[in-house]
Design a protein around this ligand. Structure first.
Ligand code: GDP
Ligand code: ZN
Length: 321
């Protein structure tokens, strides 16, 4: 038996954890019982359901039969998660548990389309908040530029670039914009997220045809399941470039964002936050709110402010059981 080998979890399927080694070999691992025990002892205090997730760096021992046993997990630099479906008995105050989709991510590429499905800035803003709250580099892709008959893409591109985001206009069929994506991803771990139908798989297949990303995959997410498997998967493109795909993950709602912090994740608000009269300002109704003043002056757009109010509302909803 070999000990203390380090590897990257690239796939999790129920109790099987698949590790990718530096030399590109792969090992199927199980979890050391001790890890499970530690987790269940801490469970009451833990908010997360997951011991080992896609993107984790783990230490494992290699059995003679070629399988491995995970002995430990390196502390996560960050992770992206969603609210798990409400579980019976999960917290008394109606708290929702956290389900980690993937860990140790550099970039979040949010894939949208301009048409079929229609571009939806509300959904986009929600995902941006998720990325900002974990300090990821957030990039926006607007796909299906070939369907942009009303030339809306240049307007949205300018809208988000004004705020500070890089926006890629892409036509995944012709390949327009794909090279720029590849340049930006090089040497990093990038998670791609998009509502189904926006063309995420088509884009990923253009980026790395040899990896066969599945198009039009049916969701493996079940609302009935107690703890359904989240099916993120990591694929290596070259030496230090990885794609984290999230097939079957329909929604990611930011988890654990406090009302009073939400404003920080709307990056163009940050200049104003400290000028609100009350330091507990939620920028909703309070007098002397610098954010609302900026909206009135046109320094913050009404669209983004409405997205903010929308999210603020849903944070409050979560607290009602
Ligand atoms: P996913 O659910 O986001 O992975 O979307 P898919 O990659 O499966 O694509 C959904 C549909 O959109 C498919 O019919 C694709 O052929 C189509 N599609 C993808 N990219 C483009 C594009 O740039 N332009 C057009 N017109 N259709 C696209
Ligand atoms: Zn305020």
């Amino acid at each position: 038996m070999e000990h203390n080998i380090k590897g990257l979890i690239y796939k999790v399927e129920s109790k099987d954890f698949y590790v990718l080694n530096d030399d590109d070999t792969e090992v199927r691992c199980s979890l050391r019982g001790r890890l499970k025990k530690e987790h269940s002892l801490k469970k009451r205090k833990l908010k997360t359901l997951d011991i080992v997730v896609v993107g984790d760096i783990v230490e494992y021992s290699l059995n003679d039969d070629g399988t491995g046993v995970i002995e430990g997990v390196v502390d996560r630099e960050n992770y992206i998660s969603r609210k798990a479906p409400k579980l019976k008995g999960a917290g008394n105050r109606g708290e929702r548990l956290e389900q980690i989709i993937a860990a140790n991510i550099d970039n979040l590429f949010i894939v949208t389309s301009i048409h079929q499905p229609e571009f939806n800035n509300r959904v986009l803003d929600r995902i941006i908040v998720t990325g900002e709250s974990e300090h990821l580099n957030v990039y926006i892709i607007i796909n299906k530029s070939d369907l942009d008959e009303f030339e809306l893409i240049p307007e949205w591109k300018e809208f988000y670039e004004e705020i500070g985001y890089t926006v890629f206009a892409v036509d995944a069929h012709s390949g327009d914009g794909i090279e720029e994506l590849k340049d930006t991803m090089a040497g990093t771990k990038s998670l791609f997220w998009g509502q189904s139908g926006v063309g995420k798989s088509t884009i990923l297949n253009k980026i790395a045809p040899e990896l066969n990303f599945k198009t039009g995959e049916v969701s493996q997410w079940s609302s009935k399941g107690k703890h359904t498997t989240v099916t993120a998967i990591i694929k290596k493109i070259d030496n230090d470039t990885y794609i984290i795909d999230t097939p079957g993950i329909k929604e990611i709602e930011p988890f654990g964002i406090q009302e009073e912090n939400l404003g920080f994740y709307f990056i163009e608000f940050t200049d104003y936050l400290e000028h609100c009269r009350f330091n507990t300002c939620t920028h909703n109704h309070e007098p002397g709110c610098a954010v609302r003043e900026a909206v009135e002056n046109g320094d913050i757009t009404v669209e983004r402010y409405e997205s903010y109010l929308n999210m603020l509302d849903s944070i409050e909803d979560d607290m009602i059981f």
